[in-house]
Each structure stands twice: as C-alpha cells, then as structure tokens.
Ligand binder design. Structure first.
Ligand code: AMP
Length: 336
C-alpha cells in the first residue's frame, strides 16, 4: 500500500474554541484524518510570544486538547509542543539559517507588534514574536511534513519555512528536508454575529464569538440577536445575512439552506426563520460535542495520560530528525 502523505498543523492554546475556529480549521483537520497521516500540535511555546499568564497557559493547553478530541481529532494524532522540546532546539538551529531581513517583512509580526504597542507593559514586544515563524518552520520540518493546511494569512510563513529548508539543504549539500506544500481547502470565514463587518474572534470580546461548548440557551440567544443589516457583501446581500447562510451551510443543514436561499431570492425570507435554522444547526453540533466532552471529563486522567503518551510517540520522530540535523550541521549529539 502506498504510504500516506504527512500533514502537519498546529493551533495555539488561547481559551475558548468558537465556531470560527471550528468551521475555519478544526472541521477540516478532522476530515483530513481520513486521507493523510496527520499530526496536530497544541503549540504552547508559541502562546508565549504575546503577553500571557503561566497558570492560564497550562489550563488552556489541556482545555484545547479536550476540546479537539471532543470535536473529532484522534488522540493518537495529537501532541503538546512543550512535551517535544526538540522543536525549540531545531528552532535555534534554524534561527541561524534565517535571514533577519526576511523575518522583518512578516505581516503578522507587524500586526501583532502593533497590537502590543497599545496594550500595557510599556508596549513590550518580545524577540519571540519576531522569531515565531522560525519556530513554526521547526514545527513543520521536524516531521518532514508534505502538506500544511494553511489559510491565506499563513502563506507567507510557509514560504519562509521553504526558504529555511532550502538554505539548510544548500549549506549541507544534500536534499535533506522535503519542501512542504500548502494544502488549500475551501473553508468559510465566519464573521461576528454582533458585528458582521469583523471576524468572529475571542480578542474582540465575548459577544463577538459563539463558544462551541456554550449552553444551548446562550447559543440560541446569540443567534437570535445577530445583526442582519450591517455591511455590504456579494450580490446585494448584507454581510450579516450572508454570514448566517454561511453558518447554515457549514453546519451541513443543506436542505434548510437551499430552501431559505429560495425564500431570499423570491423576497419571502423571514429573518427569524433563518436565525432559527442557524441556531438549530449550531445546537445540533454543540450537543454532540458537549456529550463527547462530558465523557472525556469523566476520564480526565486517562485522557491526559493518553495525550502524554501520543506526544512521547510523536517525539520519537522529532528526535530522529534533530539527531540527523545536528550531525549534518556539525554539532555534537548527546548519547543516551
Ligand atoms: P486563532 O485562535 O485565531 O489562532 O485561530 C485558530 C484557527 O482558527 C486558525 O486556523 C484560524 O484561521 C481559524 N479561525 C479563527 N477565527 C476564524 C473565523 N472567524 N473564521 C474562520 N476561521 C477562523
């Protein structure tokens, strides 16, 4: 049998999972598991690049692990980044294969450092934020990933990863690293229900995101009060309405979607019906995920041990790579 291609993707542990995260990333990850050899990382080293609290970070890491499993990620495919410290080691080596100027052109660094300027802590911007894409390159290359599912915002970072791999290969005179390719999948961009001109996100505040694991009543209330008449989207439909249709489709409520689209086209659409259908779609997913999550909560210790074990298993692959890289780069290896 032909060996399956390797997919690698990572997510930062930052509090609640919302439907933007689910429809825009996690649902795709779940589906990719059918066709690829997938490794998914909860990247806590990355979460340190912006101001954070140590205690909260560990809590968020486990919270995200439980949420990922509840939404359909296989535990064997999961690792926690700080349980594979070779990522940090490879990142240092890669720092020495990365052009300083190239890093300075990363738009995400510019955006995030601008965000920090306005916050407390004297506008502190860490060097970690600057070198974040180098750690990301290490995350990808340490597993020799063939494909990385990326959104448009991450394309530039993947390009840098390929650059680092090429420079390394060139320096050692061997095609050691596979150059990873982006894996583009059509995923919806989910907008805030309270303000459909902006993306659904945690950073904008509680009313701007719908928590995948919220109480049913809260989800229904948030959808009922969704803003419908803000922003111009395609074909004259307001962004608020377009966003509700997008959510309906993403929830796989195809029959309701098509019949409500017909109502919209004939001018007979009642917003209250559209909202009801969206709420039903989200609540159906929410029920499924909450019940999976309750089962996991009843076996917390076992689940944690399982993910520690899968991290240790995945770490073996990282150790193999770092050993070879150190040999190739003229460094010494610790012999255990
Ligand atoms: P974040 O927590 O913002 O780092 O996002 C984690 C993942 O969810 C990334 O792959 C994002 O592209 C995706 N994501 C976050 N917010 C949205 C959104 N509103 N619509 C679609 N995808 C999103």
């Amino acid at each position: 049998m032909e060996q399956r291609k390797q997919v690698l993707s990572c997510i930062q542990p930052t509090g609640h999972m919302h439907f933007g995260n689910y429809f825009g990333a996690i649902k795709n990850w779940v589906q990719l598991q059918n066709d690829y050899d997938c490794i998914y990382g909860v990247v806590d080293y990355h979460a340190m690049t912006m101001p954070y609290q140590a205690k909260k970070l560990r809590e968020n890491t486990w919270e995200l692990i439980f949420n990922l499993i509840a939404t359909g990620i296989q535990p064997d495919n999961l690792f926690i980044q700080s349980l594979v410290p070779e990522h940090a080691e490879l990142s240092w080596i890669f720092n020495c294969f990365t052009s300083y100027g190239h890093l300075g052109r990363m738009t995400q660094f510019k955006d995030k450092s601008a965000q920090n300027k306005d916050k407390g802590d004297g506008g502190f911007i860490s060097a970690g934020l600057y070198t974040y894409p180098v750690l990301q390159a290490a995350d990808i290359l340490i597993y020799r990933a063939d494909y990385v599912p990326v959104g448009k915002d991450q394309e530039q970072h993947l390009e840098l990863t390929r650059d680092i791999a090429q420079r390394f290969n060139h320096q050692i005179g061997k095609e050691y690293f596979v150059l990873p390719e982006p894996l583009f999948t059509e995923v919806p961009k989910v907008m805030s229900l309270a303000d459909p001109t902006r993306k659904m996100s945690k950073s904008a505040g509680e009313k701007h995101y719908v928590n995948v694991f919220a109480e049913e009543a809260r989800i229904r209330k948030q959808v009922r009060s969704a803003v419908t008449d803000t922003g111009e989207a395609t074909e004259g439909m307001s962004e608020g309405i377009a966003n509700l249709f997008r959510l309906l489709k993403a929830s796989e409520c195809h029959e309701a979607h098509d019949s409500l689209v017909q109502d919209y086209q004939s001018g007979a659409l009642k917003y209250v019906d559209l909202k009801e259908a969206v709420a039903n779609g989200l609540v159906a997913l929410n029920e499924q995920f909450r019940s999976a999550r309750a089962e996991l909560n009843a076996n917390k210790k076992e689940v944690k041990n399982q993910v520690k074990a899968s991290s240790a298993e995945i770490r073996k692959r990282a150790q193999e790579t770092i050993k070879q890289v150190k040999d190739l780069a003229g460094l010494l290896n610790v012999r255990f």
